[in-house]
Design a protein around this ligand. Structure first.
Ligand code: BF8
Ligand code: SF4
Length: 640
């Protein structure tokens, strides 16, 4: 059952390869072994034509026409594929939006003075968010403003208001289009619940109608739940500013207590960072023979802390088992999302304690310490103390930390980017008009063991910057690009001449870290600001999105809201839609006429780069800007 592929086929990173080799030596199972054991994966499921929405089923439709063409209820491939995709979007949007609600609830309690370990760190942003919702902050105390803001935001989760205020950030042309199409999101929870309703047997039996609601559901994430998460996290934990950081398993230190913060929500991890500086805890670590306490990040909780505090990152999604294999991790603290159930199994092979913290995300084999914002700091200390005590059980002979860290820069919030440009989008717009920067692309999303780890992110990003395209990264893509050394100001040398000149003038890298996956909303906000500045729609700008190694339902929701917002998006992994040619045609072609953007699917990042460059040049041409002809874009990249 073990995977016998060459290490070089599994990851492009040396430290990952070293730890996969160790897992093989010691007979410890990892994600790659389990992927091999699952082969061949179900072809019906891969094409999206299996359904178990009711107990007349489960059913499957034969995409090649020999077997049944309809489920027991009569649903055909179009209906089944659309329903499955709709549910996938709803699951992803729900994950993001429930994260947003968790932040909002603590924000509301903070406003009432009922929390420990939290502050309103960005009062400027608090005031501007209040004003955006028509709440006048003049002469009022910050916590009163926060209280009103919390209440106004809570209304947008349900149906009380019927409109999401953040969607007003989008250009008028876009919001009018959403209304005309009937996909203007009305409430964050509402759209998700309605998707579950529509996909119950015998409700929405028109695949186009179901998919349009899929777009509306995703918009309730991008311009709703995720945006609430990003903006309130900034108010509570600080709006990111450029900060130096590091990445790789080398972020672990052999002579320190090492604690990894894994998951997505900064609510607890932020107080843990405060607690790790507690003198008593540091003294106890020294008493046990450690030099101190070292925290490292994984996945998006790590990104949140790296963006605001420069926390070093141990790695992205596919590093979560491998970080345990160093034998140097004393505790892995998890909140929720993207945490493989297998981490407790791997941890058992070492001394590492896995500590779960969210009551909605428990793990068999983990120690559960329930998070309570009223005792945030105290709980943070309790968790760090577990890590410190676990250090006593570490076997130094089993410690293997491969390689060193790579330097990277993080912290590019919209405020930081516009700040670097002198407070207005004008210099960026001028650089785009002049062709120094040809366009901008969000390269985002996960790792997926079906693709050599980080190959998609790093190759695509490299080809884009070489061709003067600014790249904005979030989530696991940011970590991948950091490891590849593409996120330091010096990486400007890898960029084409125009982008290099702009990056050098501003002292920024050609690949900008904009945060965690909920922070993809920063990309929406920036795109909207550019479009509004030019008095045009987002779909007319030379922009694109890409998710070269996506795996999660959240990534599907992100892809859908990016396209519904008018941005062409290329996926590197096939979604489960190929059992319905009609659905494929709608998503990869027809949507262009509906929302002004569409999906493309291309597994080879070299080809994806060419597709994106062509798209950007065509948008430039339509705007009357200097552009390249398609044949010039066909040419292989000079630096390749
Ligand atoms: O939210 S990029 S693997 S860690 S889903 Fe998960 Fe994908 Fe990473 Fe962050 Ni986003
Ligand atoms: Fe089968 Fe229809 Fe039930 Fe799905 S909803 S399991 S296709 S009968």
């Amino acid at each position: 059952m073990a995977s016998h592929e060459k290490l070089s086929q599994l990851s492009i990173n040396n430290d990952a390869r070293a730890m996969i080799a160790r897992a093989r030596e010691e007979g410890i199972e990892t994600v790659w072994d389990r992927l091999a054991a699952q082969q061949p994966q179900c072809g019906y499921c891969a094409m999206g034509v299996s359904c178990r929405n009711c107990s007349m089923g489960p059913c499957r439709v034969d995409p090649f026409g020999d077997g049944p063409q309809k489920g027991v209820c009569g649903a055909d491939a179009d209906i089944i594929v659309a329903r499955n995709l709709g549910r996938t979007i709803a699951a992803g949007a729900s994950a993001h939006s429930d994260h947003g609600r968790d932040i909002l609830e603590v924000f509301a309690e903070l406003a009432k003075g009922e929390t420990s370990g939290y502050e309103l760190r960005d009062e400027t942003k608090l005031r501007s968010l209040a004003e955006e919702r028509g709440i006048d902050p003049t002469g009022r105390r910050p916590n009163e403003v926060a209280s009103d803001l919390a209440e106004a935001m809570m209304e947008e989760f349900g149906t009380a208001k019927g409109h999401l205020s953040f969607s007003d950030r989008a250009p008028d042309k876009r919001t009018k289009l959403w209304k005309t199409l009937g996909i203007d999101p009305r409430g964050i929870d509402r759209e998700n619940v309605e998707m579950l309703h529509r996909t119950h047997m015998g409700v929405d039996n028109d695949y186009v109608n179901t998919l349009l609601h899929g777009l509306r559901t995703s918009l309730s994430d991008g311009w709703g739940g995720s945006m609430v998460a990003t903006e309130l996290s900034d108010v509570m934990f600080g709006t990111p500013q450029p900060v130096a950081s590091r990445v790789n398993l080398g972020a672990l230190k052999a002579d320190y207590v090492n604690i990894a913060l894994h998951g997505h929500n900064p609510l607890l991890s932020d107080v843990i960072m405060q607690a790790a500086e507690d003198e008593e805890l540091v003294a106890r670590a020294r008493e046990l023979g450690a030099k101190g306490i070292n925290l490292v990040g994984l996945c998006c909780t790590g990104n949140e802390l790296q963006m605001r505090k420069g926390l070093p990152m141990a790695g992205n999604h596919l590093m979560q088992e491998l970080v345990l294999l160093t034998g140097a991790l004393d505790a892995m603290v998890v909140d929720y999302q993207c945490i493989m159930p297998s981490v407790t199994d791997v941890a058992k092979c070492f001394h590492t304690e896995v500590i779960s913290t969210a009551d909605k995300a428990k793990f068999t084999g983990a120690t559960h310490i329930s998070f309570d914002p009223r005792r945030g700091y105290e709980i943070g200390k309790e968790i760090v103390s577990h890590g410190v005590e676990a250090y006593a059980n570490r076997n130094p002979e089993r410690v293997r930390i491969p390689g060193d860290t790579v330097e990277m820069m993080a912290g590019f919030s919209v405020e930081a980017i516009l700040g670097a440009l002198g407070g207005t989008p004008e210099p960026l717009v001028e650089a785009i008009k002049a062709g120094k920067i040809r366009g901008a692309v969000g390269v985002v999303g996960c790792n997926n063991p079906k693709i050599s780890q980080d190959h998609g992110h790093v190759t695509l990003t490299r080809r884009l910057i070489e061709n003067d395209i600014l790249v904005l990264v979030t989530g696991c893509s940011a970590v991948a690009n950091g490891k590849a050394g593409q996120m330091m100001p010096e990486a400007a040398e890898m960029a084409g001449p125009g982008l290099k000149e702009v990056c050098k003038a501003l002292g920024i890298p050609p690949v900008l870290h904009m945060g965690s996956c909920v922070d993809n909303t920063r990309i929406l906000t920036l795109a909207a600001a550019l479009a509004n500045y030019l008095g045009t729609d987002i779909s007319q700008l030379p922009l694109a999105g890409a998710a070269p190694e996506w795996y999660s339902e959240k990534a599907v929701s992100i892809g859908a809201y990016v396209v519904a917002s008018g941005i062409y998006t290329v996926l590197g992994v096939q979604p489960a839609i190929f059992g319905s040619p009609n659905v494929v045609n709608l998503l990869a072609a027809g949507l262009e006429d509906v929302v002004g953007a569409k999906f493309a699917i291309e597994a080879d990042p070299e080809k994806a780069a060419v597709m994106i460059r062509r798209h950007i040049e065509s948008k430039r041409a339509a705007l009357g800007l200097p552009h390249l002809e398609t044949k010039d874009v066909e040419a292989p990249s000079e630096a390749a």
